[in-house]
Structure formats: structure tokens, C-alpha cells
Write a protein that binds this ligand. Sequence first.
Ligand code: UDP
Ligand code: MG
Length: 321
Amino acid sequence: MQDQICSLSKENENILLSLIIPVLNEEATIPIFLKKINNIFNNIEYITLEIVFINDGSSDDTLTKLLEMQYHDPRIIVVDLSRNFGKEAALSAGLEVANGRVIVPLDVDLQDPPELIPAMVAKWREGYEVVVGRRARRDEDSWAKRISARWFYRVHNAFADQKLPENVGDFRLMDRSVVNAINALPESCRFMKGLFAWVGFRTTYIDYARPARVAGESKFNAWRLWNFALDGITSFSTVPLRIWAYIGFALAFTAFIFATLLFLRVFISGVDVPGYTSLMVSIIFFGGLQLIGIGVLGEYLGRNYIESKRRPVFLIRKIYK
Ligand code: UDP
Ligand code: MG
């Protein structure tokens, strides 16, 4: 009932919609992106756009290009960060600057098709607070990327209490209330799609086939993706820490059984000297296991250290409005 009242009042209302677009060395893609946005939104009267670009420390002419575009289009806001802080931090900056009633983060390379946005707004008018774009097909992504993504979701969801929906990125429409909740989160390690899922709210999905990048190159190599995955898992689960206690118990128990067997054998058939191989194998095995355990501890300790410094997530050089 409340939803119905809500949707009736939203029916013909003009809304301010903020697009949040982090950009790193994207001088080639920006004009293509804006052309597409104009094609889609120019004849939709009930949506007023605010286009927030976050220049994430580009070393090419991205900033000049953005300011040139802004000269012709006053809906554009350019947030210039002081250096490259990474996509997650750039998104956080955008979420803080945006004024919209609804907010949509998306990539500039048109891999998050903006033509879905009017359908997302329609869902929002039905009463949903989050409308997530879900990649039903991602044939254009490389084989390695698809496989590693699948494994990431498996491992993450096996560990984390708050499950991540599969094949979902940052592309989603969010109500102002959701963005306020995200802006109020204090942590400096910002694995955005984890935070998006964590805050909850009434959520629905729209499926799409993920197209290839329209120009330029991907900014994420395998090493960056690996670290991104570690950020995700360590931010949302302490299972990797706790698991060592269980492994320890299991090993101690096995060792106890093994020791009993050895004692029995000594009593029955006397002392048996050979055993160099099994000794070496177990020393190496347990040495390795302990190092892994310490490594995992270090991983969390390091993050705790960074978190405790309370440094800002990003620094803004200037906002051009
Ligand atoms: N991006 C960014 N900062 C970074 C890396 C990427 O702002 O450090 C932006 C990039 O310009 C693009 C979006 O994030 O708009 C997605 O990047 P990309 O298309 O390279 O990622 P992929 O689609 O390959 O995962
Ligand atoms: Mg891309």
C-alpha cells in the first residue's frame, strides 16, 4: 500500500538523476559516451541529468577533454582527484558529490549500457530502492576473466555472511537514501560492490548482455584483479582467519592418533629407525602450513593498520561545476 502511494506520487514527477563516471585515461571514450547519453536522454522529459565525471589521476588529456565538454554542456560536473586513487575511491568521491534523487554509477566505455537506465527508473518508480544491472551474458569478456570471476564469487560467498550476487558490477540505480547510507560508512577499504550489497534495501535486477569496450583499453590487469579480489574477501569475512584454529585442531588430533599408533608399533615390533622421507615431508608440509597461516594473519593485520590510520579515501584537487 505504501509502495502504491509512493509510486503514484512519483509517476510524473521530474527527477534529478546523477550519473557517476570514474575515468582514468579515457580521452577517446568520453565523447562517444556523451553522444550516447544525449541520444538516450534528450527526449525523456521527466529526467533531469547531472553528469559527474571523476578524473582519477589521468595522465592523458582526459581533464582537458572533460572541461571542453563541460563548456558545451552545463550538466557536467568534473571532480579532479589529486592522483590515481583507484576506481573504488573515485566512485566514493562521485557518490559524495552527486546531488541526484537517484544515482547511477557506470563505466565510461559503454560496457554498462546506459540505455537500460530508463527501465531502471521505471523499476524505481515501482518502489524499488536499488535496481541492479546483471550481466546475463559476458561473452565479450576474456575466458580467463570469466573463470576467475566465477571462482571469486564462489570463494567470497562461501566465506562471507553477506552474499554477493553473481555477475553484478557497480552498474545500478540507487535511491538517495541508499547513497546516504553508503556515504556514512566509515571504512577506508572501499570494495564498492560489497558495500552496495551490504547496505541492503529493496533490490531488483535487470539483465543485460555485457558488450565489449567501445574504445581504449581495460585498466585492470590480472595482478590488480587479484588484489581487488583479496580486498573483497578480507573486507567482508573473517573466515580465513578463523579457519586456522580448525585446521590446527584437526592436525593436532591426527597427530595424536598417529603418535598412539607409533607407540603401539614400538611396543609390538621394537624400534624402527628408517623414516627420513616421512619426517622431511611432514616438516616441509607443516612449515608451509604455518607460513600460510601467518601470511593470512599479516593480510588482516595490514588492513587493520591501514584502516586505523583513518586517512581519507580520496583527495579532491578541484571540483569544476
Ligand atoms: N577506472 C578508474 N580508475 C582506475 C581504473 C579504472 O577510474 O584506477 C575507470 C575507467 O576509466 C572506466 C571504469 O573505471 O571508466 C572501468 O574500467 P575498465 O573498463 O578499464 O575496467 P573493465 O571493464 O576492464 O573491468
Ligand atoms: Mg570496461
